[in-house]
Design a protein around this ligand. Sequence first.
Ligand code: TYM
Length: 341
Amino acid sequence: MTEVVHTPRVFSGIQPSGGLTLGNYLGAMKRFVDMQGQGVETIYCMVDLHAITVWQDPAKLAHATRELCAGFIAAGIDPAQSILFNQSQVAEHTQMAWIFNCVARMGWMQRMTQFKDKAGKNAQNASLGLFAYPALMAADILVYHATHVPVGEDQKQHLELTRDIAIKFNNDFGTEFFPITEPVIEGAATRVMSLRDGSKKMSKSDPSDMSRLNLTDDADTIAKKIRKAKTDPEPLPLDIEGLEDRPEARNLVNIFAALNDQGVEDVMRDMGGKAFSEFKPMLADLAVAKLSPISGEMDRLMQDPAEIDRILANGADKARGIAAPILKKTYEIVGMVGAGA
Ligand code: TYM
């Protein structure tokens, strides 16, 4: 068989589960913006169907979806350059997900650490959707034949599963139809940690709001959270090696580097040896300078929800244009009568 070469295409998604954190921004959104306009098609999705794998209040879900769209645009995603849409408007995602539910194995899903974390002690009471979540995620990606998926470190296992699903489908049906997707986990902020505990990921579900920066925080709140961020009593070390075993210091340096588009080495060159009493105000100023314009623009965009809905509907049309023929071909490969018509 001649090897199929898939055209590069970028896809990624973010859940509209309420509130965007600095982790979402640095680990994902900012990098989505960097990938835009590089000559490769970029597709970014608000994954509302993923969000409802745990309970979502309907009014809040709708608000969070629009707010996330505003966040994408405020961060620099241009709906004319990237396809920007919400998942539930493109039925091909769930149609493809069913096929993948029949490809993926129970044992694969049971190994997913995110399921174990989210289901907690009472896994029997978790939704079936939460268990099947990674198959829908594979569908999100593969229904566009996406080749590159920028994400934070926490999504690595799900992307390995996406590759496993593509490989098994291709093997089972004797085809090279699906690309074997590359995760793109790069930069200083692939895992932004809690401001209160350097061993925990910064997350919107952490009960303490002091543990995270939200994209909607005002300047005073940002400054206060950074001032109060947990650190050790030593000044910053002189080089990167000195950050080992100092997770809180490492996290603040990583955040500084990512916000300032610098390498960690460069930050250490400028900041090494400084006390936190000196470094933290500099980090706070930088965070305010980078994040405040985004939250201001989000507020402005949220004044006109009808315009946001138009952008999402338009993005969904474009997304469907790519997904529909790929789904049709998949059905044909699987043997569904009528798919080839
Ligand atoms: P979600 O909504 O939890 O997070 C969205 C993106 O933000 C990244 N992220 C972080 N990066 C660095 N540090 C952190 N503390 C941090 N917290 C979150 C995540 O890694 C992610 O890239 N399953 C996905 C959504 C999804 C998806 C997809 C992603 C659904 N289908 C297809 C890519 C392709 C999720 O729950 O992300």
